[in-house]
Design a protein around this ligand. Structure first.
Ligand SMILES: [Zn+2]
Length: 249
């Protein structure tokens, strides 16, 4: 039976992904840690999830350069948006703490492929279900874009890897609501997941991660086990408040 390596962020999709991969056979788990507000909590949850599913082969990969490069990127982007020469619409993109880091996802897939080869795994599992259409905008479900990314990455791995490595993306056509409903059917402990992009002890309910998660639980008509009271649909219809500024390295 082919061994799988699951890229686990500690988020909601990751919890479901780990459960699905575990059903399919032996699993190794990789959590990539880089400096951002919920990093410690996410690493703890990934470890607890591995323990819950009795996965002994769990690795934490530190990427300390990401925070420094991110700080440099946001500073450069912020400067360009205020310059007199930046008059194009794309240059007015909001840069905040929830702005995706350019190239990060591809970096994580590459690291996962390396870890898979080291663990004797030939399948890398990714929790792709949505990719932000444009950095700085709130994520919108876009299965076509996610599928294209996965296909291109699989081609890149085929061209650069001496052993065949496939990408498994079972959530790619699912909405957040679908994923929560699947988790409920599989009795996956979603209390062992975290989606907020801030460092608070409770979810901020404003960041892109919180809003996307809340939409999923609302659509699934299921309470979120990490909240003490349910989210109001009205709060999700309200405009997202300005994201906090990025944390410097
Ligand atoms: Zn949040």
């Amino acid at each position: 039976m082919n061994k799988s390596l699951v890229l686990c962020s500690g988020g909601l999709n990751s919890a479901v992904l780990v459960a699905l991969a575990r059903e399919a056979g032996p699993v190794a788990l990789l959590h990539a840690r880089y400096e951002r507000p919920p990093a410690k909590r996410e690493a703890d949850l990934a470890a607890r999830l591995a323990a819950h599913y009795k996965i002994n082969d769990a690795l934490v990969l530190d990427l300390p350069h990401i925070a420094a490069l991110r700080a440099q990127f946001t500073a450069t982007a912020s400067t360009s948006t205020t310059s007199e020469n930046a008059a194009t619409p794309s240059a007015t993109t909001r840069i905040g703490a929830d702005t995706p880091i350019p190239g990060l996802l591809a970096t994580l897939v590459g690291a996962a492929a390396t870890a898979a080869a080291a663990a004797g795994a030939t399948r890398v599992w990714l929790g792709l279900s949505e990719i932000s259409a444009r950095p700085g905008e709130e994520s919108q479900p876009d299965p076509a874009q996610a599928r294209e990314f996965a296909q291109l990455m699989e081609c890149a791995l085929a061209l650069t890897s001496p052993i065949p490595i496939t990408l498994e993306t079972p959530l790619i056509d699912m909405t957040r609501g679908d994923i929560v409903m699947l988790a409920r059917r599989m009795e996956i402990p979603l209390k062992l997941s975290w989606s907020c992009w801030t460092s608070g002890d409770t979810p901020c309910q404003n960041c892109t991660g919180c809003r996307s998660r809340a939409r999923g639980f609302l659509d699934a008509t299921t309470p979120d086990p990490i909240l003490t009271r349910p989210v109001s649909p009205n709060s999700l219809n309200a405009p997202q408040a300005a994201a906090p500024q990025p944390v410097s390295a």
